[in-house]
Design a protein around this ligand. Structure first.
Ligand code: FMN
Ligand code: SF4
Length: 519
């Protein structure tokens, strides 16, 4: 079709604020006026406060309008038809909006730009160049490229991806698997979903490269059931890749075979833990497995398995396309490359912000995120999901770096940043962390299964001023037992939000501020 090309995000976050209705209203208005339009439901640019964002392709590039409501559809269409003309909601070129302009988009380079359903559009925007290069290389050289890039797992643990791949590559077996962890259970995170909805071929290409590198011919994407848009987009893209000869036997005309399927999780936080995920994929109740054996040696159905997060795998194509040195050039210390950071909670400019490691927490929250949405002072920021620490403003100088966060008794996790204003009650947040652990515990080990329930009770006693000093000491003791005695990070990391709340905000637990300062 050669009509006016209009982009309305089909991303779940945009749909939640009316993008589907806006797309329908634009289509109706175009029909009425006889204007031929071609509406593309692309991914989101990740500027969530501007959704639904509508873009029109013009001779000078794309021009954006937003946030567009149904009642604006007719006037926005008129302005768009006038070569991206004036309108009160006109934002100009999206890439000139400072929030987007100041980012370094490597993993998200195509998200919000391409048509997620079109293999041809993906290829027209540099897609499958990474695979083409990988196919020219020895498998071990592909693994080496990933190792030298410095890429670390974006699912939470930050484990070097190249080392994981090397272990699988060097383990002999008749069958190996690539499993993509798309359970994305962390609070305030949505980057995996955005990639799957906005640039699903990047994930497919990354998994295909992983398969070639380690000798795996089958892959599974384990997606949480709460992501129906992502599941639909992935399934469509997988079918298109198969039709286009990029999945199946003889991928891209080579002698390699690789195919993959989507599997839908039933909704348990612990099923994001890699071994519980494997149990769930095998049709069992998702329970954590003791290690060893590592999944790299005995994973899915007892076979060597690479398990990587969506972002880790979706970053692989650009590393192969541009080379390890290009990617490794970004970042600080041992945190190389870029991190797609998700700004959420009580924040003025929520969204996806991909940038090189090293940006400070304060820059992210106050400058880029614009402070709180309520306009009240920021009091606490939780980074890294429900198992991440709460940081006070005093730690806003902390750079986004795995080691710096670990040193401050926190974690980067999957890059979720959730902001709270000065009305937050940190004792309630600590209690919530213990309660969350109690509800989501898989029950396999005692410190987590029993400790989390006892933890809720101890926090209640502290807040009720019942033997406060003794119960505070008991809480610290309990947290140490959970930290060092739990089988997985659900029980092992719950002490981070609890202890950080107690350490940085003792006044919320009933301690007078002057005593709190002395502690
Ligand atoms: C309780 C728990 C939940 C987790 N949830 C997720 C998740 O939703 N997505 C994810 O990628 N990793 C999650 N992880 C981390 C995985 O166990 C694993 O480290 C990751 O999938 C490895 O991929 P990566 O190396 O690419 O990060 C979770 C870990 C724990 C302990
Ligand atoms: S720490 Fe909790 S979730 Fe992890 S294995 Fe033990 S009981 Fe299961």
């Amino acid at each position: 079709m050669n009509g006016l090309r209009i982009y309305v995000s089909g991303d779940a976050a945009a749909a939640a604020v009316g993008a589907d209705d806006v797309a329908a209203a634009i289509a109706t208005a175009a029909r009425r006026t006889g204007l031929p339009v071609d509406i593309v439901r692309n991914g989101s640019r990740g500027l969530h406060w501007l959704e639904p964002m509508v873009e029109v392709a013009t001779a000078q590039g794309r021009i954006a309008y937003g946030p567009v409501s149904v009642s604006d559809a007719v006037s926005v269409l008129e302005a768009a038809a006038a070569d991206g003309g004036a309108h009160p909601l006109r934002l100009g070129k999206p890439e000139d909006i400072p929030y987007l302009k100041n980012q370094t988009r490597l993993t998200f380079g195509r998200c919000g730009i391409v048509d997620p359903r079109s293999l041809a559009d993906y290829c027209a925007h540099g897609g499958y160049k990474g695979l083409a290069r990988a196919l020219q290389m020895q498998a071990a050289a592909v693994v080496d490229e990933i190792t030298r890039s410095g890429l670390r797992g974006r699912g939470g643990a930050g484990f070097p991806t190249g080392i994981k791949w090397k272990t699988v590559a060097e383990t002999a077996a008749d069958q190996k698997y690539i499993v993509c962890n798309a359970d994305e259970g962390d609070s305030g995170t949505f980057a995996d979903r955005m990639i799957m909805e906005g640039d699903p071929f990047a994930l497919i290409e990354g998994m295909t490269i992983a398969g070639i590198a380690v000798g795996a011919t089958r892959g599974y994407v384990y997606v949480r059931s709460e992501y129906p848009h992502a599941i639909a987009a992935l399934n469509e893209a997988i079918s298109a890749a198969r039709r286009g000869g990029m999945l199946g036997n003889g991928i891209a005309g080579s002698s390699h075979a690789f195919d993959l399927e989507v599997r839908v999780g039933a909704g348990a936080y612990v099923c994001g833990e890699e071994t519980a995920l494997l149990d769930s994929l095998e049709g069992k109740r998702g329970q954590v497995r003791a290690k060893p054996p590592l999944p790299a040696h005995k994973g899915l159905f007892g076979k060597p398995t690479v398990i990587n997060n969506v972002l880790s795998l979706a970053t692989v194509p650009i590393i192969l396309e541009k080379g390890a040195a290009f990617y490794n050039d970004f970042g600080m210390g041992r945190s190389r490359g870029t991190m797609p950071i998700q700004l959420a909670g009580n924040i003025k400019y929520p969204g996806l912000y991909e940038t090189a490691f090293g940006v400070t927490l304060g820059e992210l929250v106050e400058q880029i995120g614009g402070g709180t949405a309520t306009g009240r002072p920021v009091r606490a920021v939780q980074v890294g999901g429900p198992l991440g620490a709460y940081f006070p403003r005093a730690l806003f100088g902390l750079p986004f770096d795995y080691e710096a966060f670990a040193k401050a008794d926190g974690l980067i996790g999957h890059g979720g940043v959730v902001v709270f204003d000065d009305t937050v009650d940190m004792a309630r947040q600590a209690r919530f962390a213990m309660e969350f652990c109690a509800i989501e515990s898989c029950g396999k080990c005692t410190p987590c299964r029993i400790g989390s329930t006892r933890g809720v009770e101890v926090i209640d006693r502290i807040v009720a001023n019942c033997d406060r000093a003794a119960n505070t000491a008991l809480l610290e003791d309990l947290c140490n037992t959970m930290k060092f005695g739990s089988l997985c990070a659900l029980g092992g990391f719950t002490p981070y939000p609890v202890m950080s709340a107690l350490t940085h905000f003792p006044e919320d637990f009933g301690a007078p501020p002057h005593l709190a300062a002395a502690e």
